[in-house]
Design a protein around this ligand. Structure first.
Ligand SMILES: Cc1cc2nc3c(=O)[nH]c(=O)nc-3n(C[C@H](O)[C@H](O)[C@H](O)COP(=O)(O)OP(=O)(O)OC[C@H]3O[C@@H](n4cnc5c(N)ncnc54)[C@H](O)[C@@H]3O)c2cc1C
Length: 432
């Protein structure tokens, strides 16, 4: 029987990608040097970097490459981390902190490099990022960020209120940072491009192949069991991020999988689209609520932000994003909205990405806190370096598990509550 691929959410990206390769499930028993669980940026970039070195790799995904957050996200290839450089240095110490910050600085350019190296067609546009705040009291955060980055030799431009309005073409922001490192992609096309490049170099990728169990299989080997076949490998990479399940017991306690959603308009007429983000940067807010948005190559506005904490493609569940858009860009009142989808990001307790070895020959890599396009791509390079023999101290990310969340069962109601609280603050601030 022909393989029917698992369903991607009905996103704009899926529509734009159109016909695509399918990755049939594993059948029977395979052996490899490295078995990777999860075919998002982390798993696929690891596969690509290992395949470049001739390592035999099998990637298994419960659904399809890019089915998780990698194929659903805002497409913003942003630099840095959720934390400011100074905070990272404080948390990790001067040497480790510096290396992590420098990694976050270079990570967006590395995405561009991979895209060029493999000729990946994914709408890559390098136009920069605008990081905006709403309240004057939040300007200090931007000043601190610019100051921290300047100490790493990275110049960021602070924008006053009127300059911010001019760059965004709307909104009432107190100010912003203009960061020339940012870019944008169609993330599903980028994921599928990484998958195709890895396969071309010899990697095997199987969709519809959820790993149910990972167990020792004699000295120096692991066996990964799916419903239809097994993989025996020397090394295992756990790359499930916000979609982590019980395949490796205990791993899911290290992340909170928070849903965030995106609504995309119909193609906007040129005379309207040219007024919004005329220089085509991507925007994210650093205020109590986090909205992120951009205009894509088809003149659609993609507005991202809070979503219900469950899978949904129902328009009513995205009313908040539509209202927020109309508030920032009153000229968009009444436009058609074509797509609504959401997905899960992995939040870690200290908001830093994690890399560690829960057992000999097993590496877990996750926790980008909403910055996974750039960081997941770089993480794949680092995981490959480790498997190829790099010493722990030579890796750009320290090897350390995330702190476990003790009260994890309460996260969903807590996340819903915090969304309600933010909406209340919106109302108090005069927003709908
Ligand atoms: C709506 C949204 C907007 C976002 N916006 C941005 C943005 O603009 N910029 C940015 O940088 N980041 C953004 N992010 C975050 C970014 O998408 C993620 O950090 C990144 O995709 C994580 O990649 P990953 O490969 O680690 O995990 P994922 O892409 O989530 O992949 C994990 C994979 O593991 C698979 N899996 C899980 N368990 C198993 C198992 N037992 N067996 C086999 N397979 C398994 C899943 O099927 C899934 O495909 C956003 C995320 C979302 C959801």
């Amino acid at each position: 029987m022909a393989h029917r691929p698992s369903t991607y959410p009905a996103s704009l990206y899926r529509a734009q990608v159109g016909r695509r390769e399918t990755y049939p499930p594993i059948e029977g028993d395979l052996s490899a040097d490295v078995a990777i669980v999860g075919a998002g940026f982390t798993g696929l970039s690891t596969a690509l970097h290992l395949s470049e070195k001739g390592v035999r790799v099998v990637v298994l995904d419960a659904c399809e490459p890019g089915w998780g957050a990698s194929g659903r996200n805002g497409g913003q290839v942003n630099a840095g981390f959720k934390l400011e450089p100074g905070d990272i240095v404080r948390i990790l110490g001067p040497e480790r902190g510096r290396r992590m910050v420098e990694l976050g600085d270079r990570a967006p350019a590395y995405v561009g490099e991979i895209i060029r190296r493999y000729g990946i067609s994914c709408g890559y546009a390098h136009k920069g990022t605008v990081r905006a705040v709403r309240k004057p009291s939040e300007l200090d955060l931007l000043k601190r960020s610019a100051h921290d980055w300047a100490s790493f030799g990275v110049p960021l431009k602070l924008l006053a209120r009127d300059e911010t309005a001019a760059e965004i073409g709307g909104g009432d922001y107190a100010g912003a940072i203009l960061d020339g490192r940012g870019a944008s992609v169609n993330p599903l096309a980028y994921s599928l491009g990484l998958a195709a490049a890895a396969v071309k170099l010899g990697a095997r990728i199987h969709g519809d192949s959820r790993v149910l169990r990972i167990a020792k299989a004699g000295a120096g080997h692991w066996a990964l069991t799916t419903g239809k076949g097994t993989v025996k490998a020397t090394n295992v990479v756990l790359a499930m991020n916000g979609y982590v399940d019980g395949a490796w017991p205990g791993l899911s306690r290290q992340v909170i999988p928070v849903f965030t959603g995106i609504a995309a308009t119909a193609r906007l007429p040129d005379h309207i689209a040219s007024q919004i983000l005329p220089n085509r940067q991507v925007v994210y807010e650093s205020s109590w609520r986090v909205l992120y948005y951009r205009v894509d190559s088809e003149n659609r506005l993609l507005m991202g932000g809070p979503s219900p904490q469950r899978d949904t493609g129902q328009r009513d569940d995205y009313a908040y994003l539509v209202r927020a858009t109309e508030h920032i860009f009153p000229g968009l009142r009444g436009v058609e909205w074509d797509y609504f989808w959401n997905g899960q990001v992995a939040v870690t307790k200290d908001h830093l990405p994690k890399l560690f070895e829960p057992a000999e020959g097993v590496i877990a890599a996750f926790g980008y806190n909403g910055r996974g396009i750039a960081m997941g791509t770089s993480m794949g390079r680092i995981v490959a370096e480790r498997i190829l023999g790099s010493r722990e101290e030579d890796l750009d990310i320290p090897m350390k598990p995330a702190d476990a969340y003790r009260m994890k069962s309460f996260w969903r109601p807590a996340a819903e509550l915090s969304i309600l609280r933010d909406r209340l603050r919106d109302r108090m601030a005069g927003l709908k």
